[in-house]
Design a protein around this ligand. Structure first.
Ligand SMILES: NC(=O)c1ccc[n+]([C@@H]2O[C@H](COP(=O)([O-])OP(=O)(O)OC[C@H]3O[C@@H](n4cnc5c(N)ncnc54)[C@H](OP(=O)(O)O)[C@@H]3O)[C@@H](O)[C@H]2O)c1
Length: 226
C-alpha cells in the first residue's frame, strides 16, 4: 500500500482520483479547499481548508503530514480554476487570481510538503493541454492558457530539482473532462467522465519513473509538446 496526497480533492477529477485509489487499497490523503464532506464515511483521510494560494494553509497541510508521520509516495496536484475571458474585455484581477491558483498554487503546495515526500516519491501536476505553447492553434482563454503554461514550467523546473534527489515529476493533461470547470465552455467537445480521466492519470503516475520524468503526458498516454 502506498500513500497518496491529492491536492484539490473536493470534487471533479481530484475526487475521482481519491475514490479510485482508495478502492484499490491505497492510503489516500485528500487536501480539500472545503470540508471534504464527499469523503464522509470513507477511508480517505481529509485535510480540510487547504487553499493553495495561502502560505498558512499549505504550512498547515505540511504540519498535518508531519503529525501523521507518514511519508508521501505520490503527490498529485489537481487544484485549479478556469475563468473564461476575451480580448477587449480582460479582467486583470481575474487573470491574477488564475495565475495565483493554477501556477503559483502547485509550486507553493509542492514546496511546502517536500520534507514529507519519500526519497523515491513521484509528483504529478495536473496542468492542461491548453498550456502548451506548441499546441496553441486557436488562441483565446488568456488567463487560463498563461496560468497553465506557467504550471508546465513549474513542473519542468521541479523535475530538474527533484529528479536529482530521486523524485520523478510529470505535468499531466486529464483530457476534456465533464466537470464544473468545463460546463460553461462554449462549443461541442467530446467530454470524458471524471472517472475515465482519473483512471488515465493514475495509470500515468503508476508508470512514471526517473527515466520518464520531466515530460508532459496526456492521461491517454500520449506525450504532449511543451
Ligand atoms: N475538466 C477538464 O476538461 C480539464 C482539462 C484540462 C485540465 N484540467 C485541470 O484539471 C484540474 C481539475 O479540474 P476539474 O475539471 O476537476 O475541476 P473542478 O471540478 O472545478 O475541480 C477543481 C478543484 O480545485 C479546487 N480548487 C479550486 N481553487 C482552489 C484553491 N485555491 N485551493 C485548493 N483547491 C482549489 C476546487 O475546490 P472547490 O470544490 O472547493 O471549489 C475543486 O476541488 C484543474 O487543475 C484543471 O485546470 C481540467
Amino acid at each position: 500500500m502506498a500513500t497518496f496526497l491529492i491536492i484539490g480533492a473536493d470534487r471533479g477529477i481530484g475526487l475521482a482520483i481519491c475514490r479510485q485509489l482508495a478502492a484499490r487499497g491505497e492510503a489516500v490523503v485528500a487536501a480539500c479547499l472545503g470540508g471534504g464532506e464527499a469523503y464522509d464515511g470513507s477511508a480517505v483521510e481529509v485535510l480540510p481548508d487547504i487553499d493553495v494560494t495561502s502560505g498558512a494553509a499549505v504550512a498547515r497541510m505540511a504540519e498535518a503530514l508531519a503529525a501523521r508521520g507518514g511519508r508521501i509516495d505520490c503527490l498529485i496536484h489537481v487544484a485549479g480554476v478556469l475563468g473564461l475571458d476575451a480580448l477587449g474585455n480582460l479582467d486583470y484581477d481575474d487573470i491574477r487570481r488564475q495565475i495565483e491558483i493554477n501556477t503559483i498554487g502547485p509550486l507553493r503546495a509542492v514546496e511546502a510538503v517536500l520534507p514529507h515526500l519519500a526519497a523515491d516519491a513521484k509528483v504529478g501536476i495536473v496542468t492542461s493541454r491548453v498550456g502548451s505553447l506548441a499546441d496553441n492553434g486557436t488562441g483565446r482563454m488568456y488567463a487560463y492558457r498563461v496560468s497553465k503554461a506557467g504550471a508546465n514550467m513549474v513542473a519542468l523546473n521541479l523535475h530538474h530539482d527533484l529528479s536529482k534527489r530521486g523524485i520523478a515529476v510529470a505535468a499531466l493533461h486529464p483530457g476534456m473532462v465533464a466537470t464544473d470547470l468545463t460546463k460553461d465552455i462554449p462549443g461541442d467537445f467530446q467530454y470524458i467522465s471524471p472517472d475515465e480521466a482519473a483512471e488515465g492519470l493514475i495509470r500515468r503516475m503508476d508508470a512514471l519513473t526517473l527515466e520518464t520524468s520531466g515530460r508532459f503526458w496526456h492521461a491517454n498516454g500520449e506525450a504532449l509538446p511543451w
